[in-house]
Design a protein around this ligand. Structure first.
Ligand code: SF4
Length: 354
């Protein structure tokens, strides 16, 4: 397990071994730690009283010493394509969005890694009000757990996890790595690393750090522009880490993990969707273990961009593919429920404080 700080009492962020140590220091058997881990991650207990394999006195002692609170649903929206978006309240009242998406192979869950975001991408609702705070590993894992419990009622389970919701995951590096390890744990949710994706707007040093962790997750780079001038305009992070550094780190990730890097490319009409952009993109990625995922723009009222016409989206794809680069168009899931990250949280805030 990667070393990272866990706040006192944050049992949802603790590994099985850490919980065993906590129980040991309280004079209980270390085995109680294992029972607590399974209770939290397999049974989804909401409080210690539900852990009925424990004696009542221990449940009451832990309720006092290590209180925890799971995520609470504030709002739920379902779109006709089956995408479900949850607005979930954290213990301090802050809110995050978690999205469950149906696919041919099963269900994926899109997890938020921060409340708000500091990266300030010009097309994104989450960045509009800046970063409020980091999420803990337990708060991220609880989003997956929430989605999994919800799916279980339909006889389904979470089969993929994408850390692509609100926030820049690599700006919360240690908690995100701990989160990935928690949901991979065999007595937890037991999800394969190969079914996890971590996105980034391009924090170069932490892409290299992630590669060095040796976790075979997929890296999704939010690219959105094929040259520095345009990318710096759309994504301020590019001024700190320009494209040649980003490409170097992405290549390093692919070499270290053997995993193909995915490049997310949002298509904005007349901004980054012309033939010349597709050609530049193909040149940029030539020779890389890469896949391009084109994303039709999902309009946000606060931003001036327009979606590219579908003919232009297809033409863009053809140019990239003709250069020998794998390229798909993402199905627009959940457009009816404002599925671009941060939109639901933003609307909810506006409802509460107009
Ligand atoms: S696109 Fe991602 S990194 Fe950029 S502001 Fe939005 S949440 Fe942050």
């Amino acid at each position: 397990m990667t070393v990272s700080r866990v706040e006192f009492g944050d049992v949802l962020s603790m590994t099985e071994d850490e919980l065993a140590s906590v129980m040991g220091t309280r004079g209980a058997s270390r085995f109680r730690g294992r029972q607590l881990f399974e209770g939290l991650w397999r049974l989804g207990i909401q409080n210690y009283q539900e852990l009925t394999v424990w004696p009542l006195a221990l449940r009451e002692e832990m309720t006092q010493a290590y209180p925890f609170q799971r995520l609470r649903q504030v709002h739920e929206e379902t779109s006709p394509d089956g995408t479900v978006k949850f607005l979930l309240a954290l213990k301090d009242g802050q809110r995050v969005e978690t999205v469950v998406l149906p696919h041919r192979y099963g269900y994926s869950v899109c997890v938020s890694s921060q409340v708000g975001c500091a990266m300030g991408c010009k097309f994104c609702a989450s960045g509009l009000k800046g970063r409020v705070r980091q999420l803990t590993a337990g708060e991220m894992a609880d989003q997956v757990m929430y989605a999994d419990q919800w799916l279980k009622q339909k006889g389904q389970r979470v089969s993929r996890v994408d850390v692509m919701g609100i926030g820049e995951p690599l700006d919360n590096f240690e908690a995100v790595v701990r989160f990935l390890e928690l949901i991979h744990h065999p007595r937890g949710l037991h999800l394969s690393y190969r079914h996890m994706t971590v996105s980034t707007s391009g924090i170069v040093p932490n892409i290299r750090r992630l590669a060095d962790q040796g976790l075979p997750v997929t890296l999704a780079v939010s690219l959105h522009a094929p040259n520095d001038a345009l990318r710096s305009r759309l994504m301020p992070v590019n001024r700190a880490y320009p494209l040649h550094q980003l490409m170097g780190a992405a290549r390093y990730f692919a070499e270290r993990t053997g995993r193909r890097v995915t490049y997310e490319y949002l298509l904005l009409k007349d901004v980054n969707d012309r033939d010349q952009h597709a050609e530049e993109l193909a040149r940029l990625l030539r020779g890389q273990l890469a896949h391009v995922n084109l994303i039709p723009w999902n309009p946000v009222a606060e931003h001036p961009f327009q979606p590219s016409p579908s003919g232009r989206v297809q033409r863009f794809q053809r140019i990239v593919q003709q250069a020998g680069i794998s390229c798909t168009i993402r199905k627009e899931l959940g457009q009816e429920i404002e599925a671009a990250c941060g939109q639901l949280r933003l609307r909810e805030e506006e409802r509460v404080s107009p």
